[in-house]
Design a protein around this ligand. Structure first.
Ligand code: NAD
Length: 345
């Protein structure tokens, strides 16, 4: 399934880990005893281990994501007006679930109208209605109710992207902001990774980001309007996750990060800002399910994070709103790591 999310574990986790037996056999598969091997081989904790693979539940085995409640939308506390997205139209790809859904909700709470783009149109429609419902509940009597729409696109397909963007402009009249969250990973050792899977992974993560960004940029340039884009990379674009091998994903996320910097330079004169957010370990439906079942594994993972906990999707609401809003008007080409400090240790 293309929309599988991913899990990462690390050699440092194994260093501080409980005995191997604590890791559920259904989750990590080994053809030999890596603990014994590692004792015998100095430096081996910092390498990928071909004998370890991560099994992901299929999409239909996961519950659908739920919007965050209890955040409210009214400005009860004073804050800089420049953080507001009032009057803006935002597009979030991969917005029907997981991180994309919650970032889209953050944009709505901050005043934007929103177009949710996803391959799963049915889920996008359900969540668009839910976001408006949550907004109404948490802002009783609000004079303005945001417009939230759902749109189909396969982000890896240029024609699909073009017709999706036309559809969004028909519904909303314009686009100001873009967040590219559609993406997925798989764990294979590189020498075994089928080239068609590799191409698909790059097509969704890299081509999909590029296609959406360039098509929205053309629209902004035609309007002579400023805009702000946020690409969702990953800390995997800056560090190498171990022990499970995922070279194509890591490479794709590094490409997403540098694409953001490169387009930021190319489009700076047009008033279009492009930044990247690189999340660390985030608790989504997938990770929550697996880690709830495996508390030892959860302890191992959190022990690697200076803040001592995995991130929640809601932790991306502030960063994405900041980067899309005028509060960050002199920030472009940046990579904002939202990883609890993981990548600085
Ligand atoms: N969850 C994490 O811990 C984490 C950490 C770092 C980076 N990321 C990145 O964040 C992004 C979102 O991850 P998530 O955990 O929310 O994933 P998710 O699987 O929960 O959601 C991804 C969404 O993208 C959609 N999608 C997949 N392929 C598509 C395509 N070709 N066209 C249109 N839509 C498509 C799916 O239908 C799904 O709704 C991904 O780019 C991922 O690599 C996630």
């Amino acid at each position: 399934m293309l929309s599988r999310t991913f899990l990462r574990t690390s050699a440092r986790a194994l260093r501080s880990a409980a005995p191997r037996a604590a890791v559920p056999a259904s989750y990590l598969h080994t053809s030999r005893n890596p603990q014994q091997d590692k004792k015998a081989n100095p430096g081996s904790y910092a390498r990928t281990d071909d004998s370890i693979t991560v099994e992901y539940p299929e999409d239909h085995e996961l519950p659908s994501s739920t919007p965050v409640t209890g955040r409210g939308g009214q400005h009860m506390k004073r804050t800089l007006a420049s953080f507001s997205l009032e009057g803006k139209v935002g597009v979030v790809t991969g917005g029907a679930r997981g991180l994309g859904l919650v970032m889209g909700q953050g944009m709505v709470i901050s005043g934007a109208n929103l177009a949710i783009v996803d391959m799963n149109k049915e889920e996008a429609e359900k969540q668009a209605a839910e976001l408006v419902e949550v907004f109404r509940r948490e802002n009783p009597g609000s004079a303005r109710v945001p417009k939230v729409t759902a749109h189909y696109a396969d982000v890896s397909d240029a024609d699909s992207v073009q017709s999706c963007i036309e559809d969004v402009i028909r519904e909303h009249g314009k686009i100001d902001n873009l967040v590219t969250s559609a993406g997925f990973t798989e764990n294979y050792k590189a020498i075994d990774y089928p080239i068609d899977r590799m191409r698909k992974l790059w097509a969704v993560n890299v081509d999909g980001t590029y296609l959406f960004a360039t098509t929205v940029a053309k629209h902004l340039m035609a309007r002579k309007a400023p805009g702000s884009m946020v690409f969702i990379g990953s800390m995997s674009g800056a560090i190498v996750n171990v022990p499970q091998p995922q070279a194509p994903y890591n490479g794709a996320k590094a490409a997403v990060r540098h694409l953001a910097s490169s387009l930021a330079v190319e489009w700076a004169q047009a008033g279009i800002r492009v930044n990247c957010i690189s999340p660390g370990y985030m608790l989504t439906a997938l990770t929550e399910k697996i880690l709830d079942d495996n508390p030892d594994l959860k302890r191992q993972w959190t022990s690697l994070i200076p803040q001592g906990k995995m991130g929640q999707p809601v932790d991306l609401m502030g960063p994405v709103t900041f980067l899309l809003s005028d509060a960050s008007q002199y920030v472009t080409g940046a990579d904002l790591r939202v990883d609890g400090g993981y990548t600085v240790t």
